[in-house]
Design a protein around this ligand. Structure first.
Ligand code: HEC
Length: 450
């Protein structure tokens, strides 16, 4: 089979899959867009203070060592690269067939993502396709970790195994033993630790010697390791446990509901753990106590990550947004402002269409000077045939479509969603449920993109 055919097949499969996903997601999406509607309608809200872009819950987030780029993975099957200082999406990356459950920041602008499809993709910022794909898992990937020297990637999977892949030669060590899905993985000095649905935490020495195991009172979700070798594990009973090989050393009650998100600061002093019902606690590891709880919008969260300096916490929410928090006080921060270039949104503050456009501003600018972001500039989009804006690398699937952008076609795009109207698109799935909002958006867009 030639390459093009393979790609086509894959895309078709992806479409069918996403159709199934959409069915499952429908009630959820309806609820989400309701929430989104509320956010947009909030009177006086000057600017969005978060990263908007995903079309589904944000399952995974990581920040690069330079603190400037971040990567997120979502239920909407896309990976987004963000420039944090600008609050802008630099790229929407489509590769996984299914949700993107885990992401990892490597060095030198490289990233990794792990999907429901069991694959790990390695990316370099600026390139639309993965540099490399690591296969081997037979079930969804639930977590990824990077060794301290950057040479190995560990992956945990619902197939009941974890794998440690050496990047230099692609060789993999398979860690087998858990009864049921493996939910978390982390590197320790000289070992790898995994956490599972079977309530065990297993330590796998690098030298291949017999793993040790400790059984805890609950199903175990994410795991994180401090540089000194202490391990934190998020329990299905809402308890955050601190463990050293062989012994549990502390437990800290965080929530009534299962803990899903877990992050540790680079220096290991601070932990953040989030419950599925919305509670996120910032924990002082040495003192073994909760220092602050996040208070503000956007809870519950699915994913958490500290910035490299440990001062900020990023959270990925069920509401599709990525938010920033003060890691000391737990306060919601407001400095991430997705701008549609030259603050076009400020000029039109109060206009409904401009408010609806906030959901687009991280990826699209409106004026000729501001250029392309993750998506093409929408300057001059009315009357333009799909995928013809010069200087933007559109998805191949779009180039043969017979669509000319108008009020009607753009409104339709967000009535039925980009996946249905433009199958194979990189634009994350999103719908605007209110007909009035769609109308306000296209009327405003027509005015400001001329
Ligand atoms: C997370 C980023 C992202 C968000 C948010 C987003 N888009 Fe897009 N959009 C894209 C990408 C990427 C493409 C190009 C699709 C491709 O090549 O597969 C695109 C394409 C388009 C196109 C087709 C452009 C052309 O020249 O053919 C239109 C129109 C559009 N988007 C409008 C919107 C509107 C309106 C919103 C908000 C309701 C929005 N987009 C939100 C990323 C985004």
């Amino acid at each position: 089979m030639v390459r093009g055919e393979l790609k086509q097949k894959r895309r078709l499969r992806a479409c069918r899959k996403s159709a199934r996903l959409r069915l499952k997601l429908k009630p959820m999406l309806a609820r989400l867009s309701f929430v989104l509607g509320l956010v947009i309608a909030a009177p006086g809200a000057a600017f969005a203070q978060e990263l908007r872009g995903h079309g589904g819950p944000v399952r995974a987030v990581a920040v690069a060592p330079d603190g400037e780029l971040a990567i997120t993975g979502s239920f909407d099957q896309s990976v987004i690269l963000w420039r944090l200082s600008a609050g802008a999406a630099e790229a929407v990356l489509r590769f996984h067939e299914g949700s993107v459950n885990a992401v990892l920041a490597l060095d030198n602008g490289r990233f990794a993502s792990g999907g429901e499809d069991g694959r790990i993709a390695l990316w370099t910022a600026g390139k639309p396709e993965p540099d490399r794909v690591i296969e081997g898992h037979k079930g969804p990937i639930s977590a990824l970790a990077l060794s301290a020297d950057g040479g190995r990637i560990a992956s945990a999977s619902w197939d009941g195994t974890a794998r440690v892949t050496t990047l230099a030669d692609g060789s993999a060590r398979v860690l087998e033993g858990h009864q049921g899905q493996v939910n978390g993985v982390a590197f320790l000095p000289g070992a790898v630790v995994t956490s599972g649905y079977d309530a065990t935490l297993r330590f796998w020495p690098d030298d291949g010697s017999v793993p040790t195991m400790i059984t805890l009172p609950a199903v175990l979700n994410a795991v994180a390791a401090a540089p000194d070798g202490e391990v934190a594990v998020a329990g299905g009973d809402g308890v955050l446990r601190l463990v050293r090989p062989g012994a549990e050393v502390a437990d800290i009650a965080i929530a009534e509901a299962p803990l899903v998100g877990l992050a540790i600061s680079r220096d290991g002093t601070t932990l953040a753990a989030g419950g599925i019902r919305g509670n996120v606690a910032i924990v002082d590891r040495a003192a073994r106590r909760v220092r602050a709880n996040l208070s503000g919008p956007g809870l519950p969260v699915w994913s958490l990550a500290f910035t490299p300096d440990g001062r900020e916490l990023l959270s990925g929410g069920a509401d599709r947004l990525v938010r920033r928090w003060d890691a000391v006080t737990g306060e919601h921060l407001g400095q991430v402002v997705p701008r549609a270039g030259r603050d076009v949104l400020a000029e039109f503050q109060g206009e409904r269409g401009a408010q609806v456009f906030r959901a687009c501003a991280a990826c699209h600018t409106l004026t000729p000077d501001d250029g392309n972001r993750a998506g093409p500039t929408l300057h001059g989009v009315f009357g333009r045939r799909i995928a013809t804006q010069p200087g933007y690398a559109f998805s191949p699937a779009l180039r043969d479509m017979d669509i000319v952008w108008s009020r009607e076609t753009i409104a339709r795009l967000f009535e039925i969603g980009p996946n249905a109207m433009t199958p194979g698109t990189k634009m994350p799935e999103q719908v605007i449920t209110s007909a009035e909002d769609r109308q306000a958006l296209v009327e405003w867009l027509e005015k400001v993109t001329r």
